[in-house]
Design a protein around this ligand. Structure first.
Ligand code: HEC
Length: 132
C-alpha cells in the first residue's frame, strides 16, 4: 500500500513537470517585454530615456503628468493631432522647433506596438454548421 502511494505520487510529480507553462509568453510579447526591460526609464516621469527626453519633459509635463503619455499609443500623425487638439482646446503653446524632436520621441517610444494593438480581423473565414 505504501509502495503504491509512493509510486503514484512519483508519477504525479513526473507528469506535472511536463505540463506546459500556460503563462509562457509568445515570442512577440517576450520581445516587447525584453525591449522595454532594456530601455532605461526616467525616474521622475517613467518615460523612456533618450536624447530628446528633456524636450518632452519640458513641453509635456507642465499641465499634466507623464501618465497621459504613458497610457497612450499613437502613430506620429496621431500624436500630432493630440498636440493640435491641446493647442486648440487647452492653451498648449506652439512647440516651434521642438515639435519635430518631440514627435520623433513620441513616435519612437510610444507608437502602436504589437502588444498594444489587436490583430487584424480574420478574412475569408469559412463557417460551418455544427452537427448535433
Ligand atoms: C498647456 C497645458 C498642456 C501641455 C503643455 C500639454 N498638455 Fe496634454 N493635455 C492637456 C489637457 C488640459 C488635457 C486633457 C486632460 C484631461 O482630459 O483630463 C491633455 C491631455 C493629453 C492627452 C490625453 C488625450 C486624450 O485623448 O485623452 C495626451 C496623450 C497628452 N495630453 C499628451 C501631451 C503631450 C505629448 C504634450 C507635449 C507635447 C502635452 N500633452 C502637453 C494640457 C496640456
Amino acid at each position: 500500500m505504501k509502495l503504491l502511494l509512493i509510486f503514484l505520487t512519483s508519477i504525479g510529480i513526473f507528469l506535472f513537470s511536463f505540463t506546459p507553462n500556460v503563462n509562457e509568453l509568445s515570442p512577440e510579447r517576450s520581445f516587447a517585454v525584453m525591449q522595454s526591460d532594456t530601455l532605461k526609464k526616467d525616474k521622475e516621469t517613467g518615460l523612456v530615456t533618450d536624447e530628446n527626453l528633456y524636450l518632452v519633459k519640458a513641453q509635456c509635463t507642465n499641465c499634466h503628468n507623464s501618465k497621459l503619455i504613458l497610457n497612450n499609443r499613437f502613430t506620429r500623425d496621431g500624436w500630432k493631432q493630440k498636440i493640435r487638439w491641446m493647442q486648440q482646446n487647452h492653451n498648449l503653446w506652439d512647440l516651434g522647433e521642438t515639435e519635430k524632436p518631440v514627435l520623433d520621441y513620441l513616435e519612437k517610444h510610444y507608437g502602436p506596438t504589437i502588444a498594444s494593438t489587436r490583430r487584424a480581423p480574420l478574412k475569408n473565414v469559412k463557417w460551418y454548421k455544427l452537427e448535433q
